[in-house]
Ligand binder design. Structure first.
Ligand code: KIV
Length: 290
């Protein structure tokens, strides 16, 4: 375990947002949150986002896993370090993977501390409501800011019977109690995933910390999306709650097809892409040719 956080010191007087800043946004300008998993994407997201989440969705999005259940501590730390290198302004939160925190508060502390020490993240996120409140209190009392996550909790997909909307009808009281328990336990924000809009609005009015919605409602104190979903990097995956702001998957497919056609027709590389065997004359400028 390296004791050296990977986060570069912010340059040029940029003030880094903290979990307390996010907490203070309750009822104010909505918090802009996106996931990121790599340094280049983190650099782009950092220009606009207040909060960057290295979600365990990385397992499905970048590693082609069928669910988030196979994501490991090592994967979260590696992607957390990559993202931290690209972030100067946004607050950085790393997800705790399935199996790394549910057993005991002590297990959760050990793994959360490792994530924070090795990535430089300012907080962790974990899934679950009432039954995780003791753990959230344990972590926050020991200096680890925690973002909660209730409603649809994808790590419990097998127990929930699928990626279903949570909190409909008589189930609403359970989701309300979950969000309230996490707030009481000291979470600085709570993600509400796939929860009916009216219930989201009730919870947002009830709890003292920002609600961050995904498949929730515009009444939340902030919104989060998986970056690859909103950029249209998945052709066929179009969940109801995602607005596509680009069609990068289509652009990439078209670019790859043009490259393949150029290679097959020997149009690439062109003369400007190849190296001469002799160095061109410098013409006195003294500049070296490439
Ligand atoms: O893993 C993830 O990306 C998440 C967000 C969708 C909230 O938990």
């Amino acid at each position: 375990m390296s004791a050296t956080p990977q986060t570069p010191a912010p340059q040029g007087g940029i003030r880094r947002l903290t979990p307390s800043d996010i907490r203070a946004r309750k009822g104010g300008t909505p918090v802009v949150c996106l996931t990121a998993y790599t340094t280049p994407m983190a650099r782009l997201v950092d220009r606009e986002a207040d909060l960057i989440l290295v979600g365990d969705s990385v397992g499905m999005v970048l590693h082609g896993m069928p669910s988030t259940l196979g994501v490991t501590m090592e994967m979260m730390i590696l992607h957390g370090q990559a993202v931290a290198r690209g972030v100067e302004r946004a607050a950085l939160v790393v997800d705790m993977p399935f199996g790394s925190y549910e057993e005991t508060p002590a297990q959760a502390f050990r793994n959360a501390a490792r994530i924070m020490a090795e990535t430089g993240a300012q907080a962790v996120k974990l899934e679950g409501g009432l039954h995780m409140a003791e753990t959230v209190a344990f972590l926050t009392a020991r200096g680890i800011p925690v973002m909660g996550h209730v409603g649809l909790t994808p790590q419990s997909v097998n127990a929930l019977g699928g990626y279903r909307v949570q909190g409909r009808g008589g189930d609403a009281a359970r989701v309300r109690a979950d969000a309230a328990a996490l707030t009481q336990a000291g979470a600085f924000a709570v993600v509400l995933e796939k929860v009916p809009a009216a219930l989201v609005d009730t919870i947002t009015a009830e709890i003292a910390v920002p609600t961050i919605g995904i498949g929730a409602s515009a009444g939340c104190d902030g919104q989060v999306l998986v970056i690859d979903d909103m950029l249209g990097l998945f052709g066929d995956f179009r969940p109801k709650f995602v607005r596509r702001y680009a069609e990068l998957g289509e652009s990439a497919a078209e670019a790859i097809a043009r490259y393949a056609a150029d290679v097959q027709a020997r149009r690439f590389p062109a003369p400007e892409h190849v190296f001469a065997s002799e160095l061109p004359a410098t013409g006195g400028s003294g500049k070296a040719a490439s």
